[in-house]
Design a protein around this ligand. Sequence first.
Ligand SMILES: *Cc1c(COP(=O)(O)O)cnc(C)c1O
Length: 407
Amino acid sequence: MKPTGPLPPAFARQRGALMIAGADAAALVGTHGSPLFVYDADAVAARVARFRATMPEAVGLHYAIKANPFTPLLSAIAPLVDGLDVASGGELERALAVKPAAAVSFAGPGKRDEELAAAIAAGATLNVESVGEARRALAVGARIGVAPRAAVRVNPDLELRGSGMKMGGRASPFGVDAEQAAAVVRLLIEGGAVWRGFHLFAGSQALDAAALIETQAATLALAARLAEEVGAAPPLVNLGGGFGVPYFAGDVALDVERVGVALGAALDRRADVLAGSDFALELGRWLVAEAGVYLTRVVDRKVSRGETFLVVDGGLHHQLAASGNFGTVVRRNYPIAVAGRMGAHGEEEVSVVGCLCTPLDRLGDRVLLPQADVGDVVAVFLAGAYGLTASPSAFLGHPAPAEIVIG
Ligand SMILES: *Cc1c(COP(=O)(O)O)cnc(C)c1O
């Protein structure tokens, strides 16, 4: 038997039928088909409210839409947050449909000239990733007769300790090395761009409040040092994000209250050069991961050499991360349950496998579940972030799952 991750609090106390935002999960599958992604808009709103209650007032909240760009969900989130961060021309279009351009910023390496032009023409902020991109943005702006709004994304000389994905303190395709950042700001200003400030992103999926606190303080100090070097105050300092969620056994939820108190103190003692700046955090998974559930029906139940398999009609083509093949070194089980039997005692050890013809397609590896049979619905939790759009949905040519927002 292998452990599973902790059920999100909204589901941990449920008994009997799995309810998502007051709706019976099995009934939703009956209506919308299987497999099905269900996103609870109330749960996302509650997360936003928690951010507002715990973070200093001076810190705005941006949603990094690559975590989940599903249009109805994005439409629900947009009015609740101060900005949307996008990472492609396609995401830019979706963001501009629901938010004014002044609240949209565009990060990511390898922006094509057409993408730069679309962002500049609309008035979105480019988070410039290199000196070459700064030059191309100025050239594109000159060609279309619009001054680019641009911040410089900095590849910091620090990294987020304990983060799932380290993105600072080393050679990187992301951002301008801190040593060169001031020069790129000057290049942008002299070239006629509207300088919007700095974007610093030091890592992702952090559950350790102390590590985040340390990183945020160091990030503020770095922004101040760079602003001194530029000789101008940045209008906005995007401090990155990195708030994680507990996916696996032993993971403990991030203490955001502690992070908020410490960030408030760090802002209170910030350098004078940042006195008039605005600040923002950009969050993806922390806002949406726990709000999503992936529901998939059992198609076959078989025993092979003593191991019981529940074969479901979904799989890694929809929910790659739960199969352990999206950025994890060791495969561990996401929280998983039989939707009709919440809170029931585990009765048997089973492996929940998807319908793809590859041994990688395993949603639950030797997990202890109550008895489930053909027709029952299995729920895989934490499916609200990096689910469908982070999965190889064309692989094997199965139909796309339905996605719905409720709540
Ligand atoms: C992906 C990304 C995020 C969101 O990361 P999460 O771990 O989902 O919070 C934030 N900022 C940037 C620059 C990103 O690339």
